[in-house]
Write a protein that binds this ligand. Structure first.
Ligand code: AMP
Length: 190
């Protein structure tokens, strides 16, 4: 069983690569962004709490995010392995995740960080906006999301780097080539 975090700024390709990884390795996919979107779409009590925050491009507070993640983990006790996508985004979330995994006799084995420069990110998100029309892809909100990434989320990298669990992968290029690089990391470490 391997557990993987796929890490990177908005537009880095986490969702695209996650789909490919799931079909190859059979991970249970946990995307906190998708979960929050499901809650807001279905107007659940949690959705009502996070809607404004998400629409502004800010991060949802840790206590809410961590509680939702824990619930998802508990729903999947038989998982062969988890792929965390968009989580953790703060050091507190990374610590909580380690604790949850440890409590289940498991661990996060790999953190794959997709490196993509800011210009490329903006171009990709502009294209995604034209296709998916996500409210938080609008320019002002996108600026906030990028600020949140470089202000808070990036600090998660040294947390994993110190523990030797971080692999950086060039996230610019052909989707299949990036996927091959990620698979090489996983297959080498298994
Ligand atoms: P994403 O689809 O991963 O870019 O997430 C969309 C939005 O959901 C983010 O801009 C945040 O508002 C919220 N979100 C998703 N994951 C997290 C997280 N781990 N911590 C805090 N907020 C999150």
């Amino acid at each position: 069983m391997i557990n993987l975090v796929i890490f990177g700024p908005p537009g880095a390709g986490k969702g695209t690569q996650s789909e490919k990884l799931i079909s190859k390795y059979g991970f249970v996919h946990i995307s906190t962004g998708d979960l929050f979107r499901w809650h807001t779409k279905n107007d659940t009590p949690l959705g009502k709490r996070v809607k404004e925050i998400m629409n502004s491009g800010a991060l949802v507070p840790d206590e809410i995010t961590i509680a939702m993640l824990k619930e998802e983990l508990d729903k999947n006790p038989q998982a062969k392995g988890f792929l965390f996508d968009g989580f953790p985004r703060t050091v507190a979330q990374a610590e909580a995740l380690d604790k949850f995994m440890h409590d289940n006799g498991s661990a996060i084995h790999f953190v794959v960080a997709l490196d993509v420069n800011e210009q490329e990110l903006r171009e990709r998100i502009a294209k995604r906006k034209a296709i998916e029309n996500r409210a938080d892809d609008e320019e002002e909100k996108l600026n906030k999301r990028i600020t949140e990434y470089f202000g808070k989320t990036i600090h998660v990298l040294p947390y994993y780097e110190k523990q030797g669990r971080l692999a950086r992968v060039n996230g610019v290029g052909k989707i299949d080539d990036i996927f091959t690089s990620i698979c090489a990391v996983l297959d080498k470490g298994r």
